[in-house]
Design a protein around this ligand. Structure first.
Ligand SMILES: NC(=O)c1ccc[n+]([C@@H]2O[C@H](COP(=O)([O-])OP(=O)(O)OC[C@H]3O[C@@H](n4cnc5c(N)ncnc54)[C@H](OP(=O)(O)O)[C@@H]3O)[C@@H](O)[C@H]2O)c1
Length: 353
């Protein structure tokens, strides 16, 4: 749980008050990354606080989410979102407080989740895509993590692509991250045996606390041997956040009619040069199995129902989450790098000030 957000702005702040006294800090895309993201790929700039018109509200971001997909967007490699140009405000989801409003639906003082960008202030409409108002008293860290983009990704990827059945053997890569930790717990809720792979003993210990039936530290163990010990008959579902060698090893260990859920492939996001494809894909034929990618935003119309169900699991103590919160707006680029270095357990976010 996080501490309550302090209201550092007066709730009755007027547009005039805001524009006279405050500036809008923004991280702009300064360069397209080559290899690992660098702090110099971003430029810290300031601009005026934007004005709002009828039907709009002004949001002061309080938490900003760091997501691996930002890397592809910086390079304009993702064709499912509008391109980001050099000099644009870096795209990011966040939780913020409404500090001025010209909309009856957007009350000053309310907290909201949405795509506010790496900046202090954003203008929103009540019907903006991927926008929701938090319930009174709702924890903003939960809203950005397990009830936000990554938790929802785990929910739809596991339930609608993985199709878990009681008794299935499920393996999750990137299991101690924001998406993987939720995906594994959802499979447990559905009665599966779940094994997780993560990059440190501390992460593996947390997965065991969450109820995972077995764990592999892929950095210190031989993954092939560990998988053969944990699931000698192979797996029914592989929920993959990582790709590369780990995907290949799992493709080689599928039971009949398995589902390989392609959620992400973080091992390739900062790689340079030509990347090898999976060697063992032919096993999909031998095992009459399916490998399918998905994107969260295709499920946007089902978000409210998913949030309700996940909240009920949280309230019942069946779904737990963790956050890694870095303090300070100016740390945003560093926090993104830290995400790729494995420096997070659960959801990575920056608390702005
Ligand atoms: N399909 C969709 O709509 C969708 C939506 C959201 C996210 N995703 C994908 O879901 C995956 C997880 O995203 P997230 O936001 O939840 O991040 P996350 O898992 O919370 O954080 C990333 C983690 O990836 C691991 N990692 C980094 N480099 C790695 C490498 N080379 N090999 C193996 N593991 C590596 C690190 O953990 P370790 O210490 O364990 O290495 C790191 O903590 C990403 O692939 C992302 O692109 C997909």
């Amino acid at each position: 749980m996080c501490p309550a957000i302090g209201h550092t702005l007066p709730h009755l702040a007027t547009q005039e008050y805001i524009s006279m006294t405050l500036v809008n800090r923004q991280f702009l895309l300064a360069a397209r990354p080559h290899g690992m993201v660098k702090e110099t790929d971003f430029e810290l700039a300031t601009s005026d606080v934007p004005s709002i018109t009828e039907g709009q509200a002004l949001v002061r971001t309080r938490y900003i989410s760091l997501d691996p997909s930002m890397r592809g967007q910086m390079e304009n490699r993702a064709d499912y979102v509008a391109p980001i140009q050099i000099g644009d405000v870096m795209r990011a989801r966040g939780v913020g407080e409404i500090v001025d409003s010209k909309s009856d639906a957007l009350r000053i003082g309310a907290l909201a989740w949405g795509a506010f960008g790496m900046q202090d202030y954003a203008v929103v409409n009540a019907d903006a895509p991927q926008f929701r108002l938090l319930a009174e008293g709702e924890d903003p860290e939960l809203a950005l993590g397990v009830l936000g983009g990554t938790g929802l990704t785990a929910y739809f990827g596991m339930l609608q692509v993985g199709l878990p059945k009681a008794g299935d053997v499920v393996v999750v890569s990137g299991a101690a991250g924001a998406t993987g930790s939720v995906a594994g717990q959802i499979a447990k809720i559905k009665g599966c045996t779940v094994f997780g792979m993560a990059g440190s003993d501390e992460k593996c210990a947390w997965l065991t606390e969450l109820g995972f039936d077995g764990v592999v530290n892929y950095k210190t163990e031989n993954v092939a041997t560990a998988l053969d010990t944990l699931c000698p008959n192979g797996m029914n579902i592989f929920f993959d956040n990582v790709g590369g060698e780990i995907l290949d090893l799992c493709l080689d260990r599928l039971q009949l009619h398995s589902r390989v859920v392609l959620c992400g492939g973080i091992s390739r996001y900062n790689a340079t040069g030509e990347l090898a494809g999976p060697k063992n894909y032919f096993n999909l034929i031998f095992r009459r199995s399916r490998m399918e990618g998905f994107l969260l935003h295709d499920y946007a119309d089902q978000f409210p129902q998913a949030v309700r169900e996940m909240r009920s699991w949280i309230d019942a103590g069946r779904l737990q989450s963790r956050t890694t919160v870095i303090e300070g707006f100016e740390k945003l680029p560093r926090a993104l790098i830290k995400l790729f270095e494995g420096g997070n357990i659960g959801k990575m976010m920056v608390r702005t000030d």
